[in-house]
Design a binder for this molecule. Structure first.
Ligand SMILES: Cc1cc2nc3c(=O)[nH]c(=O)nc-3n(C[C@H](O)[C@H](O)[C@H](O)COP(=O)(O)OP(=O)(O)OC[C@H]3O[C@@H](n4cnc5c(N)ncnc54)[C@H](O)[C@@H]3O)c2cc1C
Length: 377
């Protein structure tokens, strides 16, 4: 391990490793420092949906960012597989958002007016396509969306970054940072490192880095619980999405069912109540799945933010200090565009991203007259 780096990234989830991949690929040496091992926190819990149209009601800058990121996955799938021999499990088989009441139907029809590329399926058309679905008024078919295998993507970004000369230190917590004479000194459990630039990609644990640099803490860690079943046959191939749950059929035959949403709950338990609420909803419209074998359950903490949008960009007053966090329930979808955006900002190609920069800027959490701590911890 060297002691001085061009860029030090705090956090080895999908966001940190994506940033490292794009930086190292562009010839900017970057190191990721991870508290535990990579892809263990939120990234491991995710279902991996690339839900561009489930996550947006209307078109706009956020929708554009989501689309840009989803589309990056197509080339990445090939590139990462060539570099690392890892299959990221890209499956662009479409997603179906279902309406079970008139309110939901009206919302989906209004969404269709924003996105003419989506197809409306009437109740009978939907049941012809998915015969085991007990009840639905209709659905929006989003044929360009799909899903990936989140831990594979993270592992592939990690290995590809290393193949471009990047570095990774695991089992080492970053404890604090000091900036002197234009250089950051990073205090870690295993000693001091220095870097020209620092990127905070520490997921739900990012709040402290805002507070300690004089900003409002915008993080809303939000627990999500999931389970999986392994059906004996294929009931459908598209990911199904409803108001309060989703079912994602994976290429290996698992169906992932998620997810509860518990803001400000950072406990690691998966509760019986959480799972039973998901099961009740799923089985009410898909009773046949009750007979299929239960496989696993888990939970994770989503890195939510107070306004629901990611925070990607440079600190308003501490130059060279960047944030890439707050991706809430879309960090898998947004990892490629986030990694690329941070890389472009660092190599000074920010202009291309002006609208994204404005929307995701950490400036929105400035405290009027806030103090910048001299020594951050
Ligand atoms: C149940 C569930 C389902 C989800 N489903 C989807 C989905 O279908 N599609 C989608 O796009 N998104 C989904 N998400 C959201 C997605 O998982 C997250 O947005 C994404 O994983 C965030 O990645 P990250 O790298 O920022 O955070 P993490 O994966 O949490 O990684 C952050 C890393 O930082 C490390 N760290 C923290 N502090 C320090 C420190 N001081 N020093 C060193 N390391 C540190 C942590 O150990 C951790 O490894 C889901 C999330 C959950 C919980």
């Amino acid at each position: 391990m060297n002691e001085h780096y061009e860029v030090l990234v705090i956090g080895g989830g999908i966001i940190g490793h994506s940033i490292s991949y794009y930086l190292n690929k562009s010839g900017v040496p970057a190191i990721v420092v991870e508290k535990h091992t990579s892809a263990r926190k939120s990234t491991r819990a995710a279902a991996g949906m690339l839900g561009v149209h489930t996550e947006n009601k209307t078109s706009g800058i956020y929708h554009q960012f989501c689309m840009t990121s989803r589309d990056l996955y197509q080339d990445l799938s090939k590139e990462l597989s060539e570099l690392t021999a890892i299959d990221i499990g890209l499956s662009l088989v479409g997603m179906i958002e279902i309406a079970v009441d008139h309110g939901q139907k009206n919302e989906l029809l209004s969404k269709k007016t924003s996105f003419p590329n989506l197809e409306w399926l009437e109740g009978q058309q939907l049941r012809d396509r998915i015969p085991h679905l007990k009840y639905a008024l209709g659905a929006l078919y989003m044929k360009e969306d799909g899903h990936v295998e989140p831990t594979n993507v993270c592992e592939a970004f990690k290995k590809a970054a290393l193949s471009y000369g990047g570095e990774l230190v695991e089992n080492n917590t970053v404890l604090g940072i000091e900036k002197k004479d234009g250089v950051f000194t990073i205090k870690s459990e295993n000693g001091l490192l220095t870097a020209e630039k620092v990127v905070v990609a520490s997921g739900a644990d990012s709040g402290w880095w805002f507070e300690s640099t004089g900003l409002k803490n915008p993080m809303v860690p939000t627990k999500g619980e999931c389970f999986s079943i392994k059906p004996r046959k294929n009931y459908f191939k598209e990911a199904l999405f409803l108001n309060n749950f989703y079912i994602v059929p994976k290429p290996d035959g698992r169906y992932i069912v998620g997810a509860t949403s518990k803001p400000n709950d950072q406990s690691v338990t998966t509760t019986a109540g959480g799972l039973s609420s998901l099961m009740n909803q799923v089985f009410s419209i898909f009773p046949d799945l009750k007979e299929e074998s239960f496989q696993d359950y888990w939970s994770g903490i989503r890195p939510g933010s107070t306004d629901g949008f990611p925070i990607i960009g440079e600190h308003p007053t501490l130059s060279g200090f960047f944030f890439a966090t707050g991706h809430y329930r879309n960090g898998i979808l947004l990892a490629p565009a986030t990694g690329k955006m941070i890389k472009d900002l660092i190599v000074n190609r920010g202009v291309h991203y002006q609208s994204f920069q404005d929307m995701f800027s950490p400036n929105r959490f400035q405290i009027q007259g806030g103090t910048l701590y001299e020594y951050l911890r």
